[in-house]
Design a protein around this ligand. Sequence first.
Ligand code: NAD
Length: 284
Amino acid sequence: MSAQIIDGQAIAMEIRLALKQEVEALKQKGIFPGLAVIMVGDNPASQLYVKMKEKAAQEIGLHSVVRLKPTGTTQEELMREIEEMNEDPRIHGYMVQLPLAEPLREREILEAIRPVKDVDCFHPYNVGRLLIGETGFKPCTPLGCITLLERTGVPIEGKKAVVVGRSNIVGKPMAILLMHRNATVAICHSKTRDLAAELRQADIVVAAVGIPRFITGEMLKPGAVVIDVGINRLPDGKVVGDVDFVSASQVAGWITPVPRGVGPMTITMLLKNTVEAAKNQCKI
Ligand code: NAD
């Protein structure tokens, strides 16, 4: 069997076009949605992500602000920046690019973000609402994965889903979103005894591990929908996912590539959350 490709890049561009039209319509009503990204230090990967977010925000017409803070920025300085963002009426949503290097206290920073502006959905208030199934922001990467799953047209309800990885930003919220769509969900992690046995029962697999080509075709159930969140750079510079695309695509029914899979969807969901934030704050 040869899997159908879930083209995350194309789907992301389609959603961004619709968002651009929505932003234009909001501007007609005098609402100019604004997104800010705060970054500390000069981590090259973070710099690249921030640039990509800025470009995407500008392309759909958002008011886009990037605050680059030097290495050595103190907790107090960063907290002041957060306070400014909380109070700035032109900024409807903002995020702090992670990871923050020691001695900055990441948790304290994330908890200072006003929940209505927390478009990354990392504040415990929003995480709690997500858990109990209330409306509100959904974290960008899992929301992007769910959107890709829905685009296949394969029903989620009643399916066995296995999420590999239990991080706060991907694995855990992903499992919750799948459960809310009535999948039967297992979360596997580094202490799972027999991952292959779990995966072979899965109609839906979401891989968020951070190990290149970790999940191979022989571990999958024929016809499974495979969403690969992993972004792993090999020594030769090539970027690959957590799934071995060559063998997995022989067994799966649907599969996301890396790159051009989940990655572009994550940024798109950040834009979507920002437009939502603007509408909420302007009571549209
Ligand atoms: P993380 O390091 O926080 O979590 C990795 C998880 O994998 C852990 O929960 C761990 O228990 C699990 N794990 C480790 N070894 C395992 C094993 N042998 N068997 C089963 N599970 C194992 O990583 P993360 O932040 O969740 O990111 C995961 C991957 O997704 C990374 O490659 C990251 O770069 C990528 N990522 C991509 C996007 C995107 O937009 N596409 C966004 C976030 C993260």
